[in-house]
Design a protein around this ligand. Structure first.
Ligand code: GLN
Length: 474
C-alpha cells in the first residue's frame, strides 16, 4: 500500500489499528520529497529530523494505547510565510533568506498540540504577491499535472506538495485567491475561510484586512478536519472571532445555487466554462434549484483589490528595512537612508517593489481620497452585492479561474494579464466571505476547480455542498 496516497481519515484509522506507524508514513513522504522535489520544487526547506522525532512521539502514544487526535502523526507542509519557532521563514524573499522565526504562529501551535508532523516549508510568490509562484526569489514551482505549467499562486508550493503526494495536506494563505487558484490549477481542494475565522498571528502580513490562512487537501472531508483543527478566536489576533459552526447536513434537493452572470465573461476559456456548466447541471439533476443572479459591482473588484492590497502591503512591508530583520546592505552605504534604500532594492523582487510603490502612491496626500477612500466605499458595495444575493440563494457557484494552469513564462512579463487571472477570487476576500475550490473535471486534460462561495461563517455548508460533488466522483 502506498501510504502517501491516503487521506487523513485513512491514515488515522491505519495508525490507530497499528497497520502502520507514523514513522513509516513520514518516511514514505520524505521519500516522495526526495524523489520529486528537485523537479517540482514544492518545498523550500525540509525538516526531516523534527518530523521523524514528532512521528516517533506519536507512535509512542499509540503504543501506550493513548487516544490520539485526528491529525496526530499525519505529515503536513506549511507555506513559508507561516512562522514555526526555530525554523527559517523566508516568504520566498531574499530579504528574509536567513531569517529564523522566534515563535510559532497560532495555527502551528494548534497543529503541534494535535501532534501533526510538519515536513517543511513550501515555496510561494514572494510575500504572497502573485498568481503563479514564479515570483519566488528561490526558484519556480512546477505543476505536478504538467511540469511545463505553473501551479498557480501564491501558495503554489503548498498545492503542488499535496497534488504530488509530498504531504497529506498543507496550509496556504489567501489574500485574493492564493489558496483557491493553486488548488484549482493542481486539482486539490482549497478553502479560504471567512475573514476572522482563523488566527493570523504568526502569518507574515501582506494585506491584513484580506489575508486568511486555510487548508489545501486531497478531499473535502480532509479540508473540514484541518479547518476544525485550526479555527477559533485567538487573543493574539484581535480580528479573530468565535462563532459556533452550524452542523446541519445540507440536502441537495431544494438547495438554491446562484450563478452570477458577470462571472462568465468574454475571454474565459470555453472549455473551462463547459466543465463548470456541466458541474452545475449535475447539481440541478440531483434536485438543486439553479438561479442566475447578478453581482453588479464585479467589474470594480480588480481595481479595488489592487488599491487596498497594495496600500496595506506598502505599510506592512515597511518593517523590512535592512535593520530589523534579515538581509542588510551596509557596504558602500553612506547614510541610514542608504541602508534602507539599498537593502530594500536588493532584497526585494520586482513585483514586491512595484506593489510597495503603487501602495505608497495611492496613500500619499492628495491621492488618498481619490483612490483609497473611494476603494473602501466600493468594497462596501461589493460586500452588499453578496449580502443581497444570499437573501435569495444558499450558495454561489463560479469558476475559480478563467483558464486552466498556464505555461511557465507566459504571463510573467505582463503583470496586468497576471492580475486579470484573479478576477473570480478577489471579490470574496473584499467581502470577507468563505469560499472553496473543489476539483470538478478537466479541460485540455488539466484540472478545473469549481468555486463554492457561502455567506459568512457558512464553512460547514460549503463542505457539505462540495462533498456532493466529490461523491459524484466527476
Ligand atoms: N494573485 C493575487 C495577488 O497577486 C492574490 C495573492 C494572494 O492571495 N496572496 O495579489
Amino acid at each position: 500500500m502506498k501510504l502517501s496516497k491516503l487521506d487523513i481519515n485513512q491514515l488515522h484509522q491505519g495508525l490507530v489499528k497499528k497497520e502502520f506507524s507514523s514513522q513509516e508514513i513520514t518516511k514514505d513522504f520524505l521519500e516522495q520529497i526526495e524523489k520529486k522535489n528537485k523537479e517540482i520544487f514544492a518545498y523550500l526547506s525540509v525538516h526531516k529530523e523534527s518530523a521523524l522525532a514528532q512521528a516517533e512521539k506519536v507512535d509512542a502514544l499509540i503504543a501506550e494505547k493513548k487516544e490520539i487526535p485526528l491529525l496526530a502523526g499525519i505529515p503536513t507542509a506549511m507555506k513559508d510565510i507561516i512562522m514555526i519557532e526555530g525554523e527559517k521563514c523566508t516568504a520566498a524573499s531574499k530579504i528574509l533568506a536567513d531569517y529564523t522565526a522566534s515563535f510559532d504562529a497560532t495555527v502551528i501551535k494548534k497543529l503541534k498540540e494535535q501532534g501533526a508532523v510538519i515536513l517543511g516549508k513550501t515555496n510561494m510568490d514572494e510575500f504572497a504577491m502573485g498568481s503563479s509562484t514564479e515570483n519566488s526569489a528561490f526558484g519556480i514551482t512546477r505543476n505536478p499535472c504538467d511540469t511545463e505549467r505553473v501551479p498557480g499562486g501564491s501558495s503554489g508550493g503548498s498545492a503542488a506538495a499535496v497534488a504530488a503526494d509530498m504531504c497529506v495536506y498543507s496550509l496556504g494563505s489567501d489574500t485574493g485567491g492564493s489558496i483557491r487558484l493553486p488548488a484549482s490549477f493542481c486539482g486539490t481542494v482549497g478553502l479560504k475561510p471567512t475573514y476572522g475565522r482563523i488566527s493570523r498571528y504568526g502569518l507574515m502580513a501582506f494585506a491584513s484586512s484580506l489575508d486568511q490562512i486555510g487548508p489545501l487537501t486531497k478531499t473535502v472531508a480532509d479540508a473540514k478536519i484541518v479547518y476544525d483543527a485550526i479555527k477559533g478566536k485567538d487573543p493574539l489576533d484581535s480580528t479573530s472571532v468565535e462563532v459556533k459552526d452550524e452542523d446541519k447536513k445540507i440536502s441537495v434537493k431544494g438547495l438554491k445555487i446562484g450563478v452570477p452572470k458577470e462571472y462568465f465573461v468574454k475571454g474565459m476559456d470555453p472549455e473551462v466554462e463547459k466543465v463548470i456548466r456541466e458541474t452545475i447541471k449535475k447539481y440541478e439533476q440531483e434536485g438543486a434549484i439553479i438561479e442566475e443572479i447578478s453581482l453588479p459591482s464585479t467589474s470594480y473588484a480588480l481595481p479595488v483589490y489592487y488599491i487596498i492590497a497594495t496600500s496595506e502591503a506598502s505599510s506592512n512591508l515597511a518593517r523590512y528595512d535592512g535593520i530589523k530583520y534579515g538581509f542588510s546592505k551596509t557596504k558602500d552605504s553612506k547614510s541610514l537612508l542608504d541602508v534602507y534604500l539599498q537593502s530594500r532594492e536588493e532584497g526585494m523582487g520586482e513585483e514586491v517593489r512595484r506593489r510597495i510603490m503603487l501602495g505608497t502612491y495611492v496613500l500619499s496626500a492628495g491621492y488618498y481620497d481619490a483612490y483609497y477612500i473611494k476603494a473602501q466605499k466600493l468594497r462596501n458595495i461589493i460586500k452588499r452585492d453578496f449580502a443581497q444575493a444570499f437573501e435569495k440563494v444558499d450558495v454561489i457557484f463560479t469558476p475559480v479561474s478563467p483558464t486552466v494552469a498556464f505555461k511557465i513564462g507566459d504571463k510573467i512579463a505582463d503583470p496586468l494579464s497576471m492580475y486579470l487571472g484573479d478576477i473570480y477570487t478577489i471579490s470574496v476576500n473584499l467581502a470577507g466571505l468563505p469560499a472553496m475550490s473543489t476539483p470538478c473535471g478537466k479541460a485540455h486534460n488539466l484540472p478545473v476547480g469549481l468555486q463554492i462561495i457561502g455567506p459568512e461563517f457558512s464553512e460547514n455548508k460549503i463542505f457539505s455542498v462540495g462533498q456532493i460533488l466529490e461523491n459524484y466522483g466527476h
